[in-house]
Each structure stands twice: as structure tokens, then as C-alpha cells.
Design a protein around this ligand. Structure first.
Ligand code: CDT
Length: 311
């Protein structure tokens, strides 16, 4: 009996600076209902899904900066999303900016949670790979100040039991790093969920920037195939406050094949029926980790000789 999970990526078009949490949550709920209507048990929202992508600006006023973060989850603004999920019996991944006050010190994380079909949080992840800069770059039209506004996640890449399988989370820039998938692959992950906000031209090298959409898929397809896992990648995209961001949200099978892809840069739900057993075929053959991986020969943990012997 195959373990089928019907999953959705709920891509979001831009969220303007003036949109409230209630506005964003209403959009998420509408897409959640659409996903449920198509038989989904899980909907993957994007990174920082409740606000505009504020790291594009240098924000000096602390109260203004704080206004982009959630101090608790759920809270009064997001409770309608949790209530609707419970009513519909659908789970979700949600990205948001998290502010924790510990011993009077503010700690800021770029966070995602996994909520089950009963509306309970069953997993939490804090983004590890923070791109961009800590100081503004005057030559740039838009900043990317994630290094200023967040600290690296301290929860590791956990894998959670839920939705009939082993579920993992990552956030945006994490998707470019093989370690992200491998750490979860070594925990038998069967579906990696991630949201992203990827502005065009963010590197500042034309040759590389023209490959933004290619690199987006390349990294997720490679991560899926090499770790025999499903990957659901959900964009926030379109022209947000003058910054154009890539879309092409995808659902990728353990074969590395894209089985569903968004075609707009607006709110758009894509779905796929994901056989969670599919990865097992790969894990018993080409990616039999136990049989074929040789970490003891990778040279990382093996002592190197002090000096190369004379010839
Ligand atoms: N949000 C995020 O991590 N975006 C990065 C692009 C910006 S790098 C300056 C990404 O890897 O997609």
C-alpha cells in the first residue's frame, strides 16, 4: 500500500509594505482552501509569508524593525490560519520572522514551523544559511540584510514524523547547500519543505544573475535526487516594492524530476500526489547509503600524513 501524500506549494505574489498580517493571512487561507479542495493534506507556504521581504531595507528604527517579527506563534493575527487548518484537516509549513526575548536580550530568527492536520505545531526550524550582508551596501538599489536582522538558526536540520512520513524543513538560501539535504537525508527524510524569496540580480554578476531561475531548480533537484527525497519549494515572487523576485515554485520527486511547477508570479497553488515510498527504490539501489557511502574514506576525518614521503 503506497504512502501517498497529496501536497501543495502555495506560491505568493508580492506582499506590499502596507499590507497587514490580516491581509496576508487571508491570502494564505484562500490558498489553503484551494489546496484542500484539490485533496491536499499539506500546504507549503513561503519564507517570511506574513510580511513584505523587509531585509531589502536598512531599518534603523528598532520599533519599526520589531514590527516585522512574531513574538509568539500562533498569535492573534495567525490564529485564523491555525483555526482554518484544523477545521479543514490540513497541515501547513509557514515561514515568518521570529523574535525571542531571552534574559532581556532580543534574539531574531528566520523561522519556519510545521503544523499538523489538528492545528498543532509539530516541528520548528530556524534558518541556518543567512545570505547578504550585515552592513548596507550603498551601491545596491536593494539591500539584503539578513545577516543584520537574523542570527543563524540554533535548532539544526530536524526531521519530524508527520503526514505519514519523515518531514524536514529548510528556508531559502539553505536550498543551495548540499549539507542541508544531506543532514536530513541521513535522518531518512522523505519530504523537504522550503520557502524562498529570491530577488533577481542579487549577486551583482550578470553572468550568474542570468541563471537565477536555473540555479533555483538545479539546487533543489540535485538535493532531491541525491537524497532520494521529495522537495517542495515555494516562492514569494513578482514585483514586491520594486524588487523583482523569481517564482517557478516546484514539487520535485526523489528522481529529481519536477512534477508540478507554478507558471505565474502571483498567488498560485500547485499540487502533486507524492508517493513517500518512492525514495526507497533509490535508497535500495544507486543511493544505498549503508552499502555505498564511504565517509571513512572522504579524507575529512582521516588523519593526513605529516609530510609527503620523498619520491
Ligand atoms: N531569502 C534568501 O535567502 N534569498 C537568497 C538570495 C539573496 S542572496 C543575497 C537566495 O539564496 O535565494
Amino acid at each position: 500500500m503506497p504512502r501517498k501524500l497529496i501536497a501543495a506549494a502555495a506560491q505568493m505574489g508580492p506582499i506590499s509594505k502596507t499590507e497587514t498580517r490580516a491581509d496576508a493571512v487571508a491570502r494564505l487561507i484562500e490558498m489553503m482552501r484551494e489546496a484542500k479542495g484539490r485533496g491536499c493534506e499539506l500546504v507549503v507556504f513561503t519564507e517570511l509569508a506574513l510580511t513584505t521581504f523587509f531585509p531589502r531595507w536598512m531599518i534603523e528604527d528598532e520599533a519599526e524593525l520589531d514590527s516585522y517579527y512574531e513574538r509568539e506563534m500562533p498569535n492573534s493575527a495567525t490564529m485564523p490560519l491555525f483555526d482554518e487548518a484544523k477545521k479543514l484537516g490540513i497541515g501547513f509549513y509557514l515561514g515568518y520572522a521570529e523574535l525571542v526575548v531571552l534574559n532581556g536580550v532580543k534574539r531574531r530568527f528566520n523561522t519556519s514551523i510545521l503544523v499538523n492536520q489538528s492545528g498543532e505545531i509539530i516541528g520548528k526550524y530556524r534558518k541556518v544559511h543567512l545570505p547578504g550582508h550585515a552592513e548596507p551596501q550603498p551601491e545596491r538599489a536593494f539591500q539584503h540584510l539578513e545577516k543584520r536582522y537574523f542570527e543563524p538558526g540554533d535548532l539544526g536540520f530536524g526531521v519530524y514524523k508527520g503526514f505519514g512520513g519523515n518531514m524536514g524543513m529548510a528556508i531559502c538560501n539553505d536550498r543551495r547547500w548540499p549539507e542541508t539535504y544531506r543532514v536530513m537525508g541521513l535522518q531518512d527524510v522523505e519530504m523537504v519543505m522550503l520557502g524562498y524569496n529570491t530577488p533577481f540580480g542579487h549577486v551583482g554578476e550578470q553572468a550568474m544573475d542570468s541563471l537565477t531561475l536555473f540555479h533555483n531548480h538545479l539546487s533543489m533537484q540535485a538535493g532531491a535526487y541525491q537524497n532520494a527525497t521529495w522537495v517542495v519549494g515555494t516562492a514569494k515572487c513578482g514585483n514586491e516594492e520594486g524588487s523583482a523576485m523569481g517564482g517557478q515554485s516546484v514539487i520535485i520527486a526523489p528522481s529529481g524530476e519536477i512534477v508540478a511547477m507554478a507558471v505565474t508570479v502571483e498567488d498560485e497553488v500547485i499540487t502533486a500526489s507524492c508517493d513517500l515510498d518512492m525514495g526507497e527504490t533509490y535508497k535500495q539501489t544507486v543511493f544505498d547509503f549503508g552499502g555505498h557511502r564511504r565517509p571513512e574514506h572522504y579524507g575529512l576525518i582521516v588523519e593526513r600524513p605529516e609530510a609527503i614521503p620523498p619520491s
